[in-house]
Design a protein around this ligand. Structure first.
Ligand code: 13P
Ligand code: SF4
Length: 325
C-alpha cells in the first residue's frame, strides 16, 4: 500500500456561465444526480441554508454512513469528504474545493506519526477524526469532539493510549477521564488563536453572557468556559440554557444555526488574537455556492483513494460508530 490518496480536479474556466438562480440550479442538479449535500456548521450561511444535513463531524459521519443517495456533495474540509468516501467506497464523493484542507490534519504527517507509534509500543491509538486517511489507517479507534471522552472511558484503565493529533482536545479528555494519554502535539490554527485576554475583557462588557468553547481551544480559554462541547453540543446547550447571551469560542459559522434556533438570544464571537478575521477557518471558507454548483455540474473534484487504504481506514471509523451511542 502506498498510502496515498489520489485526487482529481476540474476547475471551471472563466468562460463558464453561472446560472442566474444558483440555488434553483443546485436543487435541480441534486435531483438529477440523486445527490445529498452534507455541510459542516463552519460553512458560510448560504451553504448551510441549501444543505440537506448540517452537523458536527460525528453527525456528518453518521449521515455519510447511512445515506442512500448516489452522490455525496461534501461542504466541509478534505478529511470530512475523505471519511465519507471511506464509508462509501462505491459512491461519488465531491468536495467543491480540493484545497479545503485542515491545519490540524496537516500537523500530523504519516511518516512522523509512524515513528511516534513505534516509539510507544503496546499503546492503543485513538485519533481525532480531523486527520488524514493515512493516520486513520494507523489508528485503532477514531473519535470526534463529541464522543472522545465516551470512547476513552470504554478502554480498560491499564491500557496505555496515544491520542492524536489534537493536543488541546487530548488535554481536555485527560482532565475529563483522569487518564494519562500520550499526546501528539498538533493543534487547530483557528481554535489556538482565540485571545484569553480579549475574551475576558469582552466578558466584563457582557457579564451576563455564558462562555461556550470547543475543546480544540487552548486550556487558557477553556478554563473560562461555562460549557465545553462539540459544535452540535454547543448548539444544543445554548437552546436549553436560560441565559440570553453567549460568547462563542469556536468558528463563528456555528452562530448562523444558533441564531436561527434561538433568534431572541445574542451570540457574540470570541475575539482572535490579532485584528484579522482569523477565528474563521480559511479552509472551511474556501467552499462557495458557485463551487458547489460546478462540482455537481462537472461531477468533479472527486475524492478517490486506493482500496487498501480505504479498508484500513474504515476499521477504526467503524469501531467509533459502534462505540458511540
Ligand atoms: P466538531 O465538528 O466535532 O465540532 O469539530 C469541529 C471542527 O474543528 C471540525 O473541523
Ligand atoms: Fe481544521 Fe481547525 Fe479548520 Fe476544523 S476549524 S477544519 S480543525 S483548521
Amino acid at each position: 500500500m502506498d498510502g496515498t490518496a489520489v485526487f482529481t480536479t476540474a476547475r471551471p474556466t472563466s468562460t463558464s456561465a453561472l446560472p442566474t438562480d444558483l440555488v434553483a440550479a443546485i436543487q435541480a442538479l441534486k435531483q438529477e444526480l440523486n445527490a445529498v449535500i452534507l455541510a459542516h456548521y463552519y460553512q458560510d450561511p448560504d451553504i448551510q441554508d441549501i444543505a440537506d444535513y448540517i452537523g458536527d463531524s460525528l453527525g456528518l459521519s453518521r449521515q455519510a454512513a447511512s445515506t442512500d443517495a448516489a452522490v455525496i456533495v461534501f461542504a466541509g474540509v478534505h478529511f470530512m469528504a475523505e471519511t465519507a468516501k471511506i464509508l462509501n467506497p462505491h459512491k461519488l464523493v465531491l468536495l467543491p474545493d480540493l484545497d479545503a484542507g485542515c491545519s490540524l490534519a496537516d500537523s500530523c504527517p504519516p511518516a512522523d506519526f509512524a515513528a511516534f507509534k513505534a516509539a510507544h509500543p503496546g499503546h492503543l491509538v485513538i485519533s481525532y477524526i480531523n486527520c488524514t486517511a493515512d493516520i486513520k489507517a494507523m489508528s485503532d479507534i477514531i473519535c470526534t469532539s463529541s464522543n472522545a471522552v465516551q470512547i476513552v472511558n470504554q478502554i480498560p484503565t491499564d491500557q496505555p493510549i496515544i491520542f492524536a493529533p489534537d493536543q488541546n482536545l487530548g488535554r481536555y479528555v485527560m482532565a475529563e477521564t483522569g487518564r494519562d494519554l500520550v499526546l501528539w502535539q498538533g493543534s487547530c490554527m483557528v481554535h489556538e488563536n482565540f485571545s484569553e485576554k480579549k475574551m475576558v475583557q469582552l466578558h466584563m462588557e457582557h457579564p451576563e453572557a455564558e462562555i461556550l468553547a470547543h475543546p480544540e481551544c487552548e486550556p487558557s480559554v477553556l478554563r473560562h468556559a461555562d460549557y465545553i462541547g462539540s459544535t452540535t453540543a454547543l448548539l444544543n446547550y445554548c437552546q436549553k440554557s436560560d441565559r440570553s447571551s453567549f460568547i462563542v469560542a469556536t468558528e463563528p459559522g456555528i452562530i448562523h444555526q444558533m441564531q436561527k434556533q434561538a433568534p431572541h438570544k445574542q451570540f457574540i464571537p470570541a475575539p482572535p488574537m490579532g485584528s484579522c478575521a482569523c477565528n474563521e477557518c480559511p479552509h472551511m471558507r474556501l467552499n462557495t455556492l458557485e463551487k458547489i454548483y460546478w462540482a455537481m455540474k462537472r461531477r468533479s473534484p472527486e475524492i478517490t483513494m486506493a482500496a487498501e487504504l480505504q479498508q484500513a481506514a474504515l476499521k477504526p471509523i467503524q469501531r467509533m460508530l459502534d462505540m458511540s451511542h
